[in-house]
Design a protein around this ligand. Sequence first.
Ligand code: PLP
Length: 386
Amino acid sequence: MAKGVFPINKFQQLQTPFYYYDTELLRKTLQAINTEAAKHEGFVVHYAVKANANPQILRTIRQAGLGADCVSGGEIEASLRAGFPATKIVYAGVGKSDWEINLGLDNDIFCFNVESIPELEVINELAAQRGKTARVAFRLNPNVGAHTHANITTGLAENKFGIAMRDMLSVIEEAKTMQHIKVVGLHFHIGSQILDMGDFEALCNRINELQNLLEQHRIVMEHINVGGGLGVDYQHPNRVPIPDFKDYFDTYAKKLKLRPGQTLHFELGRAVVAQCGSLITRTLYIKKGATKQFCIVDAGFTDLIRPALYQAYHKIENITSEETAQSYDVVGPICESTDVFAKHIDLNACRRGDLLAIRSAGAYGEIMASQYNCRRLPQGYTSDEL
Ligand SMILES: *Cc1c(COP(=O)(O)O)cnc(C)c1O
């Protein structure tokens, strides 16, 4: 089985665990996104900052011309610092606090994705205080399921996100009475790590129905925002380093009926950054149990929480050993039984000091790191700087 290619000599100088980002792969991924999106008129791509807000990663993505999709004031600040123009920043989230809304207003961001009437009222009030008009899109809950882990579906009626479809018209009517609100779009986001294009087709069908309904009421939106959610191949990071953006954008081009002049916005997170990142960790001890052996490493769920939180699979490679493979449970040092990266996996025989690469860790990895057990936060390095 082919392994990823890493600058091992450079790695030996660094304190483990750390994140390593292959900037060349990130650039190729961004190029694929731009090439495929450009084939369709009116397609605009934003990067969902919550997947990874490492400053160097953000700068590389901004250089490729993507906009920024933020879910907090902190993310708006990080995006502005990385040079994203405010005109390309959209801001979503069920619980926007006043300072966060004010930050968006003061910077004249492109759009607030609004998730409830009470929120709309507050935005109107705060905009009035500043003599501004807020551009808003309504995030609708399309009640479309996604074939992904239950903790990362967001578009079902039972989820906390968005406004119910049956309330769409009344919400739009109400917004019309607010002087400091301009309704410019509809927003959706059905979940994450979606690999079945049928899920996105179902969203397109739902949006087509809603647009027909709006048309009957002579309402036309400037833009439709379909969120993100495209998945990556966690099993085969070496074979499939770049997701199938052609299939993804073609699906929307074929199934979604845009009105003349309407733009279609996307908010991709995982698909942009997951495959370019690896968590590099050092083997501390090999502990042999009665029925299995543990490879105890210096990274834990404080560095990468996805396996503990979502039972997520990450491919692991011993990048400093070519010895015959053996079976291991790869576990971290944290005092919790869930601190396990993988069970019963084959690795080239591990010894103390060996470096392991936990692959496809560029999305929802470094950004979700915590200091539980008073651990240090992992550093992030890019191939550009090493
Ligand atoms: C998380 C999120 C995204 C990005 O999701 P991915 O699965 O990483 O592409 C996009 N839009 C919104 C509103 C989100 O919350």
